[in-house]
Design a protein around this ligand. Structure first.
Ligand SMILES: [Cu+2]
Length: 191
């Protein structure tokens, strides 16, 4: 199920009075993070395909609170045909798991290790979310909702890239249009 992302929350200058009103009504905020075993997946996101393309790149912050390493070994979603994990930031052409060392926070970001989402079957709308399953060797599987960011986003919830994309695609940036059903997206601007 796709959900409208509250990406506007990340761009302070874009906040409108109406948005603030919604926020006040919605009450408690859920952070954009998922726990599985000793791992925490924070701000999973992807760079949407450029127009006409059918592949995307997935990134996240992977926090291993445990005393042993773990590995991201597979990524699944009904919306794309397959995923290839390019886990070695020095040899990005290789397909190899992403290793998360113990007691560490691994930030996947453009230019480094990533997951290639290939053969996308349905249009991925920038500003919405994509439900996916991450499979870790030890911690097991976890369902996540990845933010679909602009194709040139530099980091999760890149509001400037989102605004450029919207202008280029004739969408306004005035605020939520789909009513009050958006998931709360409490974002601390960690890059
Ligand atoms: Cu997030």
């Amino acid at each position: 199920m796709l959900k409208r992302r509250d990406f506007l929350l990340t761009g302070g200058t874009l906040l409108t009075g109406a948005t603030f009103g919604l926020l006040a009504l919605r009450g408690s905020a859920a952070a954009h993070e998922y726990d599985v075993g000793h791992l925490k997946v924070e701000h999973p996101w992807l760079r949407a395909p450029v127009d006409g393309d059918n592949k995307a790149q997935f990134y996240a912050m992977l926090h291993n609170k445990g005393a042993t390493p773990d590995k991201l070994i597979a990524v699944k979603s009904e919306k794309f045909g397959k995923a290839e994990i390019h886990g070695d930031s020095k040899k990005l052409d290789l397909i190899t798991p992403i290793v998360i060392p113990p007691k560490s926070l691994l930030t996947l970001a453009p230019g480094g290790a990533y997951v290639a989402l290939l053969d996308i079957k349905k249009h991925l709308e920038v500003g919405w979310g994509l439900e996916m399953t991450l499979v870790f060797e030890k911690a097991g599987e976890v369902e996540i909702d990845a933010a679909i960011d602009a194709p040139d986003a530099a980091h999760a919830h890149d509001a400037e890239a989102m605004e450029r994309w919207q202008k280029a695609h004739g969408q306004d940036t005035a605020g939520p249009k789909e009513g009050g059903a958006q998931p709360e997206h409490h974002h601390h601007m960690d890059k």
